[in-house]
Design a protein around this ligand. Structure first.
Ligand code: 5AD
Ligand code: FES
Length: 367
């Protein structure tokens, strides 16, 4: 749109700021027109500013008013890269015969927690592929173990789609939170990203089940995934508005060479940041990570994520020997760094933008 001002976008933007919600058509329009120019008065002169820049400032203000300069941290433990699923975008899909598979032992997982605790982490995220070796009871036992030793810590599970009874077992074992990105809220788009045996509605049902069991629940999607348009992104925002999750994870799609999407273009930093800003405006209190994928497509990605409204970082606690093997996408950062190095690297990066890593569980605060 260049320098042409457009009243439509002004009205939509004001509506989002006032009501924290738009229609699907309005969201799609806002996404498509994020770089239009809107006039504003600066020192007696008319200047132009984009919706993107206006929303960034508002999102960063909201983040600061809700969380101050504190950034919550979660210690990520990628405990298995075996997976029975075959998502077309993911580097650890079952069909990738070249992936070097690993599983951490229970002792190794506990060692990660100890290192993490000493470094100041008070949330541990157990993430893995859907690996049948880790039966419901094995995972429950790991959760019980962590909670019995680190009773002041939160445990987050991120191990895919399961029966509600399984989710209940893990909740009763002490799990506090669950991450399960919905990936895309549009059923046809879901078909483009996943093989026949997976379904968008089943995944959404899992999210509703998790919420009903009292988990702090995280949904989310990739930005710029193959086949995604602004209309699909608008549907993602509306789905999140219905679900009202406590956590939302988004990051750019990044190709992986050993997947069917090897030659698909990566999502962009710019669109990911814009969506982070919209999400912070929609959900002032939501726990919103500045993701490793965002840090991978741009050197300043995670810092920019914070400045666009994100309030969480999730550095890796997995043993360095296995880090590279948990390769969902190419060129993932922090695969050679020890946990302590990542923690201090992130602490420095956050200081440089006026923020501080909190030693805190970082629970969702409803009121
Ligand atoms: N690029 C970016 N994100 C990816 N994920 C999986 N594969 C990729 C990829 N190639 C994301 C998915 C999943 C989360 C654990 O990682 O959204 O839910
Ligand atoms: Fe891992 Fe910087 S956060 S090295």
């Amino acid at each position: 749109m260049g320098m042409t001002s457009n009243m439509e976008i002004v009205i939509i933007l004001q509506k989002l700021l006032d009501n924290r919600i738009l229609t699907k058509e309005e969201f799609a329009y806002l996404i498509d027109h994020r770089d239009d120019s809107i006039p504003k008065l600066v020192n007696g002169k008319i200047a132009m500013e984009s919706p993107r820049s206006i929303l960034q400032k508002r999102a960063n203000e909201i983040r600061q008013s809700v969380f101050g300069n504190k950034i919550y941290t979660r210690g990520l433990i990628e405990f298995t890269n075996y997976c029975k699923n075959n998502c077309y975008y993911c580097g650890i899909r079952a069909g990738n015969r070249n992936a070097e598979r690993y599983r951490l032992t229970e002792d190794e997982i506990m060692d990660c927690c100890q290192t993490g605790y000493e470094l100041g982490f008070r949330t541990f995220v157990l993430q893995g592929g859907e690996d049948p070796y880790f039966t419901d009871e094995r995972i429950a036992q790991i959760v019980r173990n962590i909670k019995s030793i680190y009773s002041d810590c939160a445990v987050t599970l991120s191990v895919g789609e399961h029966e509600i009874e399984t989710y209940r077992l893990w909740k009763e074992a002490g799990a506090d939170r669950y991450l399960l990105r919905h990936e895309t809220a549009n059923d046809e788009h879901y078909r483009i990203l996943h093989p026949e045996e997976m379904s968008a509605s089943h995944r959404r049902q899992c999210l509703w089940n998790l919420k009903s069991l009292g988990y702090q629940t995280g949904a989310g999607f990739m930005v710029g995934s193959p086949g995604q348009t602004s209309a699909e992104l608008a549907e993602d925002l509306l789905f999140l508005n219905n679900l009202r999750p406590e956590m939302i994870g988004i990051g750019p799609f990044i190709h992986h060479d050993q997947t069917p999407f090897a030659s698909r273009p990566d999502g962009t930093k710019e669109l990911t940041l814009f969506l982070l800003s919209i999400l912070r405006v929609m959900f002032p209190k939501v726990l919103l990570p500045s993701t490793t994928a965002l840090g991978t497509i741009a050197a300043d990605g995670r810092e920019q994520g914070i400045l666009h409204g994100a309030n969480v970082v999730m550095p890796n606690l997995s043993p360095v020997a296995d880090r590279k093997k948990y390769s969902l996408y190419e060129h993932k950062i922090c695969t050679g760094e020890e946990a302590a190095e990542c923690r201090s690297c992130l602490a420095n990066r956050m200081h440089l933008i006026g923020c501080e890593l909190a030693v805190d569980r970082g629970d969702y605060q409803a009121s």
